[in-house]
Design a protein around this ligand. Structure first.
Ligand code: TEU
Ligand code: CA
Length: 540
């Protein structure tokens, strides 16, 4: 038995299998590719691996459209490959969690095919059908209702029309899902990331989608029938819920999930209410307010997750940092300010080497269904290419989906075939091999940072107290636990900024991205500076 709540101080690393490592030259990352790089993850200090979906799928939404929950997508390998991966992960002392996509299936799932071809069958009610569509829009452009000519009814799909939503009101469907969840848990995996799980309690006719009226009872049932009593972890993806609700769903007595992903800290570069494509510059004060709110809300109960990026979000360094002149400094700074907060650390593949967002010249090079649909929709609406590409460069999901840059050989060492999506040209400079060999690299900083984080329980348990909340460049807070006190000081700007550190000589540096830099001698912070300072024991 692992120690209780092992996931709290774990470093969890997200793998997007398509883009991690190709082992057989077909240009597509695969399971054996992952197995071959486990020592790298171990080197980095990873405790838990989260795999984005590897199940059978027509890949309309890169695997988030599942056609068989019990099968492995042949492009990624087979069940033996998966079992070998799982065993090897365990042998190396790590854990593995899978993605659970149960708000919808693929339209190529046998349930949906039966629902269409055989409307009298029990499978019809596994999905959501109406004679008249409502005005709900799909996340990926256009209406969320698709006409099915045979039955002359519409089915509901909040994502692509190849992702029909499951009808969670149907008990038999729910039992099928629980059976499947237990199948994977019995196989020995260590938990799940639950895709858009805040949608399964929806009331479609009342148009209550995220955090709907039945969410809690559904999560409770799933917990009781699948998770209870097992030494596993769950993290729910809940894009539509508030910080307060995130806390409630992870706190006794309604802690049906161990933690959730809540998105308020990464929606701050969009114009409120207009959706993700309408850009706005980050106002640092807003970011601090959000983090302060999160840390306060979770102060005594519930548990939160810490992440900058995932396969849906742009690269953090390109988004909130500086991916040119201060690439190294700002990437380290972003790591430090985020993961020094209280919560479980999630790192998305490639972030540890400071991979950057991508700028393709033509829409034909983009693969993401959301991006392609957006392009077509906004063209039709009359937006010009300049406006559209500006948004795509900033926010497209493909920004974080380009292949991992392993070394400076062709295709960044990701594949010796033709990659399914282009590799970022900067692989010659930014790659794993370079960074392993460079003591000043982002990678080695991240490794060292997490060693320090694990050794000091103040990171896990301490209270978080923000200061300088009104500054639009300075990011500072304290972590305090018993007689331990840390101060985190960061400069979010590309200028040298005046800063006075009180009682500087009472602190020692735990880690910084500017070695040998003395704040008090300079009374200033250089661009994207970050340092963590530990208060020295008065008597020591
Ligand atoms: O994403 C859910 C979701 O609503 C967003 O993160 C969404 O992808 C983004 O806001 C679009 O701008 C999850 C998965 O992470 C994503 O990859 C899937 O496409 C989606 O669910 C459907 O399964
Ligand atoms: Ca492959």
């Amino acid at each position: 038995m692992g120690k209780k709540n092992w996931w709290k101080d774990s470093l969890i690393y997200q793998i997007y299998p398509l883009s991690f490592k190709d082992s057989n030259g077909d240009g597509i990352g695969d399971i054996n590719g992952i197995t071959s790089e486990l020592d790298y993850l171990k080197y980095l200090g990873v405790d838990v691996i989260w795999l984005s979906p590897i199940y059978e799928s027509p890949m309309d939404d890169n695997g988030y459209d599942i056609s068989n929950y019990y099968k492995i997508n042949p492009m990624f390998g087979n069940m033996d490959d998966f079992k070998k991966l799982l065993d090897t992960v365990h042998e190396k002392g790590m854990k593995l969690i899978m993605d659970l996509v149960v708000n919808h299936t693929s339209d190529e799932h046998v349930w949906f095919k039966e629902a269409v071809n055989n409307p009298e069958s029990k499978y019809r009610d596994y999905y959501i059908w109406r004679k008249e569509p409502s005005d709900i829009q799909s996340v990926f452009s256009g209406p969320a209702w698709e006409y099915e000519p045979k039955s002359m009814e519409y089915y509901f799909h909040l994502f692509s029309k190849k992702q029909p939503d499951l009808n969670w009101e149907n008990e038999e469907l729910r039992e099928e899902i629980y059976k499947m969840i237990n199948y994977w848990l019995d196989l020995g995996i260590d938990g799940f990331r639950l895709d858009v799980i805040d949608l399964i309690g929806k009331d479609i006719d009342k148009k209550q989608l995220a955090d709907g009226p039945y969410l809690e009872e559904r999560l409770k049932e799933m917990y009781n029938k699948c998770f209870k009593g097992r030494d596993i972890m769950t993290v729910g993806e809940t894009p539509g819920i508030s910080i307060k609700r995130a806390q409630e769903l992870t706190a006794y007595p309604t802690n049906y999930l161990d933690m959730v992903f809540q998105f308020s800290h990464i929606s701050l570069d969009e114009e409120q209410g207009k959706g993700k494509w309408f850009l706005k510059d980050l106002d640092l004060k807003e970011l601090k307010t959000v983090f302060e709110n999160i840390q306060d809300t979770f102060k005594t109960s519930g548990w939160t997750s810490l992440f900058w990026s995932n396969h849906d979000q742009p690269r953090a360094v390109s988004r909130y940092g500086n991916d040119t002149k201060y690439h190294n400094e700002s990437a380290k700074m972003l790591f430090t300010v985020l993961y020094s907060l209280k919560g479980t650390a999630f790192v998305y593949q490639g972030e540890e080497i400071g991979m950057t967002s991508i700028k393709f010249d033509s829409i034909d090079e983009y693969k993401d269904i959301e991006t392609i649909n957006m392009y077509n929709e906004y063209k039709k609406l009359g937006f010009n290419d300049e406006w559209i590409f500006k948004s795509i460069y900033k926010k497209s999901r493909d920004n974080s989906r380009t292949p991992i840059q392993w070394d400076n050989t062709i295709n960044g060492g990701f594949t010796n075939g033709t990659p399914w999506i282009k590799v970022n040209d900067n692989y010659k400079d930014i790659n794993v091999k370079n960074e392993i060999n460079d003591s000043n690299s982002i990678l080695n900083y991240v490794k060292k940072y997490f060693e320090i984080r694990k050794k000091n329980e103040v990171f896990l348990k301490g209270d978080t107290i923000f200061s300088d909340v009104n500054s639009d460049w300075l990011f500072t807070y304290k972590r305090i636990f018993n007689d331990k006190e840390l101060i985190i000081v960061a400069n979010f700007s590309s200028n040298i900024e005046k800063y006075e550190f009180k009682d500087y000589n009472k602190y020692r540096v735990l880690i910084t991205n500017y070695d040998d830099y003395n704040i008090s001698r300079n009374n200033a912070l250089p661009p994207y500076f970050v340092g963590i300072y530990e208060r020295e024991d008065e008597n020591g």
